[in-house]
Write a protein that binds this ligand. Structure first.
Ligand code: SAM
Ligand code: FES
Length: 352
């Protein structure tokens, strides 16, 4: 019975709701899921693991998400924002280390007007025409997304967080609406970005039914990238007393995602590495194929604390790079930096 369900998922890249719930709610399928996820990943991506340099440009945020350590109500963190020169310096260091994708992530910080973001993006595009530029700056207008795209950005990460409106309202204050999040994701797709969506595993009051809704939402959206990681409490948020998201459930979900979305770029996240010393390696073994080491200046790393005890806040970019090299090699995979094209059966050709 157990093998049959996983086999069906492997063969058809889909299951009905009852079948998916069965997989989500039990650990008896985990070994089979991992085995088949590995087969699928190897057939699409071999043993390649893609590396993206994460630059955390600002921890100012106008939003107040209840789970997030840099929410505007947290008066106990020291705020920072990087200048254009500092961001370009991170790219320069990253380029030297072999990175060919830069991810500019930050809180929703109005200091960076569209004009400033466009200038930064255009300068990176001009200096590094062979690199992908990914933005992860939250909810913006269609026009803003379009202007960033026209300046040279080609990917955008915006986790939907939860596809259930009631659950969304538990995680966010009333001025944030799931509909707007969805509208943003659709706008990004329409403009032509490669879009990344995703959610936290084990966020407060999340049910298995919520996770099922997340998977269905992602099937509709067909994003190029899917980022999931465990929820981890932050001591200065209303969710400080909630538990970490479960490691095994996160790994199970990575395998299920790989089987539902064979072509997807799925990161083994820093949050996964934070709840278990080998979390990222386990993520890769379970079907993930992306890692996103930090390129931010060490002086600001600790200040971008979305959750408690975040790892890799003390190391220089070069140390992170070689540490990950060793970790990924130790499980029989290899970090690749080039941008190549992967033939994709379902969506368009995905540039990795
Ligand atoms: N402002 C942008 C946005 O909202 O997409 C990017 C920054 S936001 C901090 C990036 C992601 O961090 C969120 O999408 C969320 O899923 C994750 N995150 C925030 N707080 C977290 C927590 N306590 N545990 C795990 N992940 C968290
Ligand atoms: Fe804005 Fe977390 S509340 S980035």
């Amino acid at each position: 019975m157990s093998d049959k369900l996983v086999q069906k998922l492997f063969e058809t890249s889909d299951l009905n709701d009852t079948e998916l719930m069965t997989l989500l709610e039990s650990d008896i399928f985990d070994a089979g899921l991992r085995r088949f996820a590995d087969i699928v990943r190897r057939s699409y991506y071999g043993t390649d693991v893609y590396i993206r340099g994460l630059i955390e440009i600002s921890n100012y945020c106008r939003n107040d998400c209840y789970y997030c350590g840099i929410r505007r109500s947290n008066r106990y963190i020291e705020r920072y924002r990087l200048t254009k020169e500092e961001i370009l310096n991170c790219c320069e260091i990253g380029y030297e280390l072999g990175y060919r994708t830069f991810v500019l992530q930050g809180g929703e910080d109005n200091f960076y007007t569209d004009k400033i973001i466009c200038e930064i993006v255009a300068e990176i595009r001009n200096k590094y025409p062979d690199c992908a530029i990914t933005l992860s700056l939250g909810e913006k207008s269609y026009q803003s997304y379009k202007s960033f795209f026209d300046s040279g950005a080609n990917r955008y990460l915006l986790r939907h967080e939860t596809a259930d409106a009631e659950h969304y309202a538990v995680l966010h204050p009333p001025d944030m609406q799931l509909n707007n999040r969805k509208k943003c994701l659709l706008a990004l797709k329409e403009i032509g970005y490669q879009v990344g969506a995703g959610f936290m595993v084990g966020s407060p009051h999340q049910t298995t039914q919520n996770i099922l809704a997340d998977l269905r939402f992602l099937q509709n959206l067909e994003p190029a990238m899917i980022g999931i990681g465990p929820f981890i409490p932050h001591s200065q948020t209303p969710f400080q007393y909630f538990e970490n998201g479960d490691l095994r459930l996160t790994l199970r979900l990575i395998s299920i995602l790989r089987l539902l979305f064979p072509y997807a770029l799925i990161p083994a996240t820093t949050a996964l590495g934070t709840i278990d010393p080998l979390g990222r390696e386990l993520g890769i073994v379970s079907g993930a194929n992306v890692v996103m080491p930090n390129l931010s200046p060490v002086a600001v790393r600790k200040k971008y604390e979305l959750y408690d005890n975040k790892i890799c806040t003390g190391e220089e970019a070069a140390e992170c790079r070689s540490c990950l090299n060793k970790r990924i090699a130790s499980i029989g995979f290899n970090l690749v930096t080039h941008i190549g094209n992967v033939k994709d059966k379902k969506a368009d050709v995905v540039q990795v």
